[in-house]
Design a protein around this ligand. Structure first.
Ligand code: D5M
Ligand code: FE
Ligand code: ZN
Length: 483
């Protein structure tokens, strides 16, 4: 029940605090209660807590509404006008992709240039925020005696014993410490190293700012879904891990067969969001888990699987951390030698990539940085991957922290900044599943086709395999099919 409530709230662009989900689940009409609450609360709220709901006092009476149909059971209905994939050529513009543009040599000056670029772009986005009008340099701010606004990149972020955050932030000239109280707007998503944020606060002692508010670049509340003219759909899969003993071949075959049915005839694009194969030597003693221990043969198997799909289906493949390409992000597309294992017509792009599919902007990112977000932001968990995606959007960055589990290459420009906003944002990697929306952007996590590994069992990660999110590119309607 809690899961249903969480995804229902997510559909309305609100994250439910687990405590509130538990509370609602015990009510007589949990779904109706939630719908009533969603009607009653401030629509700009991102995270809804039990305290806020109790402050609504009394909880609004349950109106007679039909609960929203659970998205996971929805179907790709046939379009009234009979739109079919074979009647349309694919229309793809690769708007952003590192492939063929990598400049990085990994020298020290590469790093300073990289972070300068990150600071420049994100501070430009922050300057556009109403809360940061009149922002001054850190140097000037420390000399002022009134409320100040500054923009800085987080050098370090520590949680103090009292739950407050102590940051060291830096701009182009100076740095200072910032104390962010545990209560208040600053508590909305923990600050993480290397993110660029705005602080509204006042100087306190010589070199400390006391923050009243953290301002993130975020997504404007008005961001609208810009749809395609035709009622074509895009389906997303991820983490096939072909070559692993745990690859779920039967379920993939069911999916492949379904793609050829009338029900799926509007699906024009199939985007594979990384971890196409299990690879070799990706983690210690991986050989014990492999059914195919040659990486080229693993790709040949995937190539054969893709060949069996309907010919008019446009397949797009990006790599993940198990694929045969450099692990540092942004990752270029799979190399030529591997592309040969696939049928003609497959499009190979890098990770991340911003693609325009039939006029709709789709940001695809495998999602490796989720491993860092779960350790740094208490609200982000592996079983609710959309929470991590929302944190990326708030920070307008796919991998805010450098030097954790996500290797980043110091390219001339920071390709992981979310500058242009997409209409659809897709990730994989966590082997979970989720569909939802944040401020008009459709969010989806594309599941997996691998069963639970011993490593995941040890870390209490329960995969949700065989779930396929599908987005109607015309309307933005998002649903999922289970296989
Ligand atoms: O990652 C699949 C899932 O397993 C994903 O949820 C992360 C988790 N995982 C994998 N390796 C690690 C390490 N080393 N630390 C923490 N979590 C991990 P995949 O990329 O498919 O192996
Ligand atoms: Fe994976
Ligand atoms: Zn992965």
């Amino acid at each position: 029940m809690q899961e249903d409530l969480l995804s229902l709230a997510m559909e309305s662009g609100v994250l439910l605090d687990p405590e509130l989900a538990d509370y609602l689940a015990e009510r007589r009409h949990p779904v109706d209660s939630l719908l009533a609450i969603l009607e009653a609360v401030n629509p700009r709220l991102l995270v809804l807590t039990l305290d806020e709901v109790q402050a609504l006092n009394p909880i609004p009476p349950t109106p007679q509404v039909t609960p929203a149909s659970a998205p996971v059971t929805a179907r790709v209905r046939k379009d009234r006008l009979g739109t079919r994939r074979e009647d349309y050529e694919s229309e793809i513009v690769v708007r952003q992709d590192i492939t063929g543009h990598s400049t990085c040599t990994g020298e020290m000056r590469d790093f300073s240039r990289y972070f300068n670029h990150r600071y420049k772009v994100l501070s430009r986005l922050l300057r556009a925020r109403r809360e940061l009008v009149g922002a001054v340099s850190i140097d000037r701010a420390l000399k002022m005696a009134r409320e100040v606004r500054v923009i800085g990149i987080v050098q370090s972020a520590k949680r103090t014993r009292t739950g407050n955050y102590l940051l060291l932030i830096e701009d182009e000239e100076a740095s200072c410490q910032v104390l962010v109280p545990a209560e208040g707007p600053g508590a909305d998503g923990a600050p993480v190293p290397d993110e660029v944020l705005g602080i509204v606060g006042r100087p306190w002692k010589d070199d400390i700012l006391l923050a009243e508010e953290i301002v993130r670049p975020d997504v404007p509340p008005s961001h609208a879904f810009a749809g395609a003219d035709e009622a074509l759909c895009a389906a997303f899969v991820s983490d096939l891990h072909v070559g692993s003993r745990l690859f779920l071949r039967d379920r993939w075959e069911r999916f492949a067969k379904w793609l050829g049915t009338e029900e799926a005839c509007r699906i024009k694009y199939l985007v594979v969001v990384g971890d196409v194969v299990d690879g070799i030597g990706v983690y210690p003693r991986q050989d014990e888990d492999l059914a195919v221990d040659d990486v080229y043969r693993q790709y040949e198997e995937v190539g054969a699987m893709i060949s069996a799909l309907p010919e008019e289906l446009q397949v797009i493949i990006l790599p993940g951390n198990h694929d045969a390409i450099r692990p540092a992000e942004p990752q270029p597309a799979l190399p030529e030698g591997i592309q040969q294992a696939f049928p003609d017509g497959v499009l190979f792009v890098g990770n991340p990539s911003l693609l325009r599919l039939h006029g709709v902007d789709v940001l695809c990112y495998h999602g490796k940085s989720m491993d860092d977000l779960v350790t740094r932001i208490p609200a982000v968990t592996y079983d609710r991957p959309l929470t991590g995606m929302v944190e990326m959007l708030k920070r307008r960055h796919l991998a805010p922290s450098y030097g954790g589990k996500t290797p980043l290459a110091p390219e001339r420009t920071d390709h992981l900044i979310i500058d242009a906003l997409p209409s659809i944002f897709a990730t994989g990697h966590v082997h979970g599943f989720g569909i939802g929306e944040y401020r008009g952007i459709r969010l989806l996590n594309a599941s997996t086709w691998q069963g639970q590994t011993a490593f995941q069992r040890m870390h209490n990660i329960s995969p949700k395999p065989g779930m396929v999110p599908i987005v109607d590119l015309k309307t933005g309607e998002t649903f999922a099919q289970a296989f």
